[in-house]
Ligand binder design. Sequence first.
Ligand code: ASP
Length: 451
Amino acid sequence: MAESKKMTLTTKVLIGMGLGIAVGLFINLLGLNGEGSLINEYVVNGFFHIAGKMFVTALKMLVVPLVFFSLITGVLGIGDVNSLGKVGAKSFALYMLTTAIAIALAIAIAVVSGIGEGVNMTSTAVFTAKEAPALSAVFIDIIPSNIVNAMALGKMLQIIFFSILVGISILMVGKKAEPAVKLIEIGNEIMMKMVNIVMAVAPYAVFALLAKAISNLGLGLLADLAGYVMVLIFALLVHLFVTLMTVLKVFSGMSPSIFLKKMRETQIFAFSTSSSNATIPVTLRAVTDRLGVNNSVASFTVPFGATINMDGTAIMQGVATVFIANVYGVDLGITGYLTVILMSVLASIGTAGVPGVGLIMLSMVFAQVGLPVEGIGLILGVDRILDMVRTAVNVSGDAVVSVIVAKSEGKLDTSIFNNPDAGKLTDDDLDIDDAVEHDIADMVKKTHDKV
Ligand code: ASP
């Protein structure tokens, strides 16, 4: 018993992931998930679906208030408003740069591997492209006309814009705004505690999410598209372990192996939820508490990155473009590929990190270079699992840039980064101190008696 109490959350989440994949494979391979079967109805689409969905919804519930409070706290804690501009410019440049490298690398790997050449495939699914936002609208849209609406719809760039403005205005009001500073700081602390509470159930939720996703997966389809899947996963791994880790080492001097170890849990969350946005609370916690990035940087770079930085998604676009161009026998030429790089980078700015958004971006890219958008139907069936892998790469990119920007601004606590135990979540973190509980009850009682 004492043993299990000491088990860290990462270990539990890893176990949840392993068991989820095993159970999912078991159900899938034995064909227990057929339409109308009891397992399908009550276990996969019943229990697993409900448990997984509740967890992802709980994570999403945290995002808006967490970003709001932590970003204002960040602006207040930065100590020099001018450096806010520097943090913004540096992170924007690095996000765009890493995305461009990601897609260039993906195109190179895919072209060399020759995937899709000589393949004669007919589309198995019909893909209808959803409307993607025009770039001009993206810029205009940064400013919310109604902040309540922006929060209700979870419009991240608008929430970021408004929160920064609130922070700056509090600074301008000065001494008089002290109670607001306290309120916001405490709000931030309360939200971070709430993240811990939600994360405590993560091992079970990760199990349910993965068991459901894997049992529903068309494993046969994976085999049909083995070339595409393998090249894509290879490119994702090269980008994560080689490109991003080199960028981390060169620009910040920090250890890639410590970084990867501390990001494992966040990557599993991203993998299980397929959503960088829903993973924001977990990424923010990992980047601040485990990697030592000061909240004044992380509170901006993490939600900003979840919205505009998608290295994994860009890689999918590069590989998919080459694959489908080859299947249809279209020669894109160097100009075509350069357009693809530019388009993907631009498309990533306007689209939020939510499941499946990569396909919408891909349709924008295809339309631009004249590839048939129906071609996306070819890869639709395997996209669910690939979305999981690329989302894990997306959040890793956000964290790498956060560490680099923080280091360059003197806002990285290297002792936290290098301490293997920093920020580890154990069961003890969820205890409520009895004395505190009684004190607060007394306080409430006294206030009531007074009234
Ligand atoms: N699911 C990805 C994310 O949230 C986006 C995508 O590639 O579809 O980062």
